[in-house]
Design a protein around this ligand. Structure first.
Ligand SMILES: NC(=O)c1ccc[n+]([C@@H]2O[C@H](COP(=O)([O-])OP(=O)(O)OC[C@H]3O[C@@H](n4cnc5c(N)ncnc54)[C@H](OP(=O)(O)O)[C@@H]3O)[C@@H](O)[C@H]2O)c1
Length: 273
């Protein structure tokens, strides 16, 4: 298949790598790498340089709760221009894979099912839900892939913690905020398999366990052989405006569809160190 990866951030690059590995013909956009197709959602209203492909993954946008809240341009980029781009892709016959987020839910329930009505409580979550609602009008041409926290060896959280622990400095993971982590490479694999299987509709990609940042820090520290007394538990309430109780998504249907099981935190950590 011909796959266009829009964006060369962490997920975009992982998806492009996986799609090439799976034998697909991959093109990719960037705002900074001149070797790739130049593309900026901010500058263009008509996207003239978007090639016609079988699928496009929209791995661009302003992520994060605070960034979307504070950046007055986030709605323009993440909703208005993204929907313009979706319209153009649909018109030219390109199917869309849209990475969404667990933030479309309010975090009051663990392991929400894909057909649960959305209930965002943040600007980021609202923006994702708006694009989802647009794409849900095209169930045969669009796959909405809701992702939980994605991690890789070079994710800042992991590199910062490991660097500090190696230097015998304290780390302060949150005891009252959970993740249900997924590796970037597994999210990319899931995206590829969803496209290969012609998937349309909503797909959940989540680790099977919710674990606090504190528990995750302990596992990482222990497995890496560092001194766990360097871990000083903190409360997210002192640092973040939004601290949802739950983040995990029910991924049973996706796992069946893609014939892949998302690993538990211990398995993830084994790949991170
Ligand atoms: N990472 C996660 O844990 C996670 C979890 C759930 C959902 N997601 C979703 O997955 C998608 C990709 O996330 P990521 O982790 O790969 O984020 P990322 O590493 O921050 O990548 C974001 C990409 O978007 C590009 N971008 C930002 N503004 C743009 C604009 N105006 N025009 C064109 N490109 C623009 C960035 O380009 P520059 O590099 O040039 O700035 C970068 O390539 C996002 O939609 C995110 O919400 C991620």
């Amino acid at each position: 298949m011909k796959i266009l990866v829009i964006g060369d951030g962490a997920l975009g690059n992982a998806a492009a790598h996986q799609a090439r590995k799976s034998g697909h013909e991959v093109s990719q956009t960037s705002r900074k790498d001149k070797q790739l197709i130049q593309f900026d959602l901010k500058n263009e209203q008509k996207f003239i340089n978007i090639p016609k492909t079988d699928w496009a993954i929209i791995a661009t946008g302003i992520s994060g709760y605070k960034e979307c809240e504070d950046n007055p341009e986030s709605r323009l980029i993440n909703v208005e221009r993204t929907v313009d781009l979706c319209r153009q892709l649909l018109e030219q016959g390109t199917k869309i894979l849209f990475p969404s987020s667990t933030a479309v839910f309010d975090g009051k329930t663990a392991f929400v099912k894909p057909n649960t009505p959305t209930s965002p409580e943040t600007e980021y979550g609202h923006q994702k839900a708006e694009v989802e609602n647009f794409l849900l009008q095209y169930p045969d041409q669009a796959a909405i892939v809701r992702l939980t926290k994605l991690l890789a060896c070079d994710t800042t959280l992991i590199t910062d913690w490991l660097k500090k622990l190696a230097a015998h400095e304290d780390i302060t993971p949150f005891r009252d905020l959970t993740i249900a982590p997924v590796l970037f490479e597994d999210a990319a694999l899931a995206c590829c398999r969803i496209m290969e299987n012609g998937g349309g509709g909503i797909f959940h990609c989540s680790g099977p366990q919710e674990i606090s940042y504190l528990e995750f820090g302990h596992l990482l520290c222990k497995k890496s052989g560092f001194d766990c007394t360097l871990i000083k538990p903190a409360s997210c309430k002192n640092f973040l405006d939004y601290c949802p109780k739950h983040c995990g998504l029910d991924s049973t249907a996706t796992e069946k569809f893609i014939e892949f099981k998302f690993p538990v935190p211990e398995q993830i950590i084994a790949k991170l160190i």
